[in-house]
Design a protein around this ligand. Structure first.
Ligand code: TSJ
Length: 647
């Protein structure tokens, strides 16, 4: 078989081959034990097992590029520019090390049985498993002098390790075709599945460059390529996650914490965002621990502890106030926790939960010291974080109260009792009825007298208007001020919201055209957005537009809505006009209110459009802030997020 170009590098090694066969035969018999499954996940897992070896080479500092090509026929090719797997004879086995790597099953298979899954972060374990489960596999090693090649089929050696050429480069290429008789579900690789995992690896191993290319001729993603390299590591990962959530960061820069002790290392990147949920990803030896474990639990607990401690130490919470709850502090948190340790122990059921307690302590120490220090040194960020947690806490309590209120009032066989302040309409045809939520009792009184009693219901809110300076949204929620709204609408709230039960076709917010009125509108819209978004999505919410001026000349009256309209009208009518400014809804008599704001023939409504939910998010976050001035300004600028005019 040998000639000038096909030099056998070893003599025959039948004995080793037999041993090999026995080991790898076990893998073929029970593949699930070694790669977790023989479905799509297992198929993709083969690639990770190979790539992990190149990543190790990169982490050792000898390789800066890893290419992964998806080829036709379910074939994968992985190339790195590392040192090349050693080709010299392994003294124990008497065969080349590269052959050992591919043909001898290494102890402690990652998915081996037993109560714990043990992985040393020592890769190279997987190459023989991939080999065993491949129809064929070829390895090429360049050692700076020669190109070596060996081929296997179903784990068996079919060619000796041969020199097939010369080179001055170094590196390793592995090409394999998974065995369809093992992967019976599918042998088709999914570009995005590979991309996601490789991207994750590129984030977790800062600076390593991984290039994924789809070279399948029949593929929709032919020539698709992603070049993944993140100098920022897990800091970049957190920014990437934030982008995926379509949210903004509330703090200046990603917070980065790290440390090590006794061969264990932990790295943490985090920020707080405008999101209402959180995203915390944890990894052990670059494996995603979906079910968390000691490292993630330590992170959550200690972040909660540190934020509370800082808030108390620096008097950001009233002394009487209880600690903020973990859930509230976690609101908007985006974080990546990555630990590396030599004897990672995973709990068996899911194999995705880290069990080592020592690394939990390491995370605790790091977060305690470094996050506290960050909060001390960045008071602006700290304030935002604490305000956000307080807002979350208030919103959670308000939602809870509102839920209880709506539940209590809708017991079976119990006709819901309507709020005392509601003056309902006669019709109960929910396609024709309207409810006006009116600012203040006096406007409410006029509206009741001026309305069409058949179709128009009136609900006055906030008998005496709250001072915009002082009225925190949470106060409004917390004082059950919105309970009458929930009850009157009759459709419930939050998860229990049922638009079928809505008692009115139009929900009309009627408030003055001043700052307090804007405040009310924004409060109500924010409330609807958070607790009854379907109401807005389905276009049931309107803003009444009461006029600003009444311009009279003789027996003619004109109501105008803006200063520009007023000026135009005054000029049009010429001498002898009388301009009356409506000071507020409260000062209109019932007839004026009917003519200008209630009469379907004459009124002007804005229909609230919540397509742009992001805007509402933003509004809400700013509204939740402690600072009065920016909040007030924002309210004035953005009080109305309604777009289309509706008569
Ligand atoms: F394991 C494998 F076959 F799956 C595989 C290993 C697949 C691929 C694509 C690459 C590799 C690999 C292994 N890339 N680089 C290395 N490096 C070594 O194996 C190596 C080289 C030199 C030395 C040394 O001490 O000189 C040590 C090692 C582990």
């Amino acid at each position: 078989m040998s000639n000038e170009m096909n030099l056998p590098v070893t003599e025959n090694y039948d004995e080793s081959s037999i041993q090999v066969l026995e080991g790898l035969e076990a893998v073929r018999k029970r593949p699930g034990m070694y790669i977790g499954s023989t479905g799509e996940r297992g198929l993709h897992h083969l690639v990770y097992e190979i790539v992990d070896n190149s990543i190790d080479e990169a982490l050792a500092g000898y390789c800066d590029k890893i290419e992964v090509d998806i080829l036709d026929d379910g074939i994968i090719k992985v190339t790195d520019n590392g040192r090349g797997i050693p080709v010299g004879i392994n003294p124990q086995k008497g065969i080349p090390t590269v052959t050992v790597v591919f043909t001898i099953l290494h102890a402690g298979g990652k998915f081996g049985g037993g109560g714990y899954k043990v992985s040393g972060g020592l890769h190279g374990v997987g190459a023989s498993v991939v080999n065993a489960l491949s129809n064929w596999l070829e390895v090429e090693v360049k050692d700076g002098k020669h190109i070596y090649k060996q081929r296997y089929e179903k784990g068996n050696i079919v060619t000796d390790l041969e020199i097939i050429g010369d080179t001055n480069e170094t590196g390793t290429t592995v090409t394999f075709k998974p065995d369809p008789s093992i992967f019976t579900d599918t042998t088709t690789y999914d570009y995005d599945i590979l991309l996601n995992r490789l991207r994750e690896q590129a984030f977790l191993n800062a600076g390593i460059r991984i290039v994924l290319t789809d070279k399948r001729t029949e593929s929709e993603t032919l020539d698709k390529q992603d070049d993944l390299c993140f100098e920022g590591g897990i800091k970049s990962y957190v920014e990437y996650l934030l982008g995926g959530m379509k949210k903004e960061s509330l703090i200046n820069d990603v917070i980065y914490l790290s440390g090590s002790k006794n061969e264990e290392t932990a790295e943490i990147a985090l920020l707080w965002s405008t999101a209402y949920d959180n995203k915390i990803l944890s990894f052990a030896n670059t494996l995603h621990t979906i079910d968390g474990g000691t490292h993630e639990q330590a992170f959550r607990q200690t972040v909660t502890r540190v934020v509370n401690k800082y808030a108390h130490d620096f008097k950001k919470l009233k002394e009487s106030t209880d600690n903020l709850k973990g859930d509230d502090i976690m609101e908007g948190l985006v974080a990546v926790v990555s630990v590396k340790l030599s004897d990672a122990q995973f709990e068996s059921q899911t194999k995705a939960k880290l069990g080592n307690t020592s690394v939990g302590q390491l995370v605790r120490d790091i977060v305690n010291d470094q996050l506290y220090k960050f909060l001390e040194e960045n008071p602006n960020d700290s304030k935002i974080v604490i305000d956000k947690a307080i807002a979350a806490s208030n919103a959670r309590e308000a939602a809870q109260k509102a839920r209880e209120a709506s539940r209590n009032k809708s017991g079976i066989g119990n006709k819901t009792r309507m709020p005392e302040k509601l003056t309902d309409c006669i019709s109960n045809d929910p396609t024709k009825t309207e409810i006006y939520i009116v600012e203040g009792d006096s406007a409410g009184g006029s509206a009741v007298e001026g309305r069409n009693a058949t179709y128009q219901a009136i609900l006055p809110l906030w008998g005496k208007m709250l001072n915009v300076e002082k009225a925190r949204e949470d106060k409004v929620y917390g004082n059950d001020k919105l309970t009458p709204v929930i009850t009157a609408l009759g459709a419930g709230i939050g998860e229990n919201f049922d638009i079928e039960k809505l008692r009115y076709d139009k929900i009309v917010i009627m408030a003055d055209a001043d700052v307090d009125g804007s405040h009310i509108r924004t409060l109500l819209l924010t409330f609807f957005f958070r607790y009854m978004p379907q109401l807005i999505e389905t276009g049931h919410v309107y803003l009444a537009q009461p006029p600003l001026y009444r311009i009279s000349k003789g027996k003619q009256h004109f109501d105008v809505f803006t200063d520009e309209e007023k000026a135009a009208k005054v000029e049009e009518l010429g001498a002898g006009v009388d301009v009356q400014r409506y000071k507020g809804l409260g000062e209109m008599d019932p007839e004026q209110l009917w003519e200008t704001t209630l009469d379907p023939e004459r009124r002007t409504f804005l229909r609230v459009n919540m397509e742009d939910a992001a805007l509402a998010d933003e509004t809400f976050t700013i509204l939740m802030g402690e600072e009065v001035e920016p909040r007030r300004k924002f309210i004035e600028d953005n009080a109305i997020y309604a777009t289309d005019l509706d008569i």
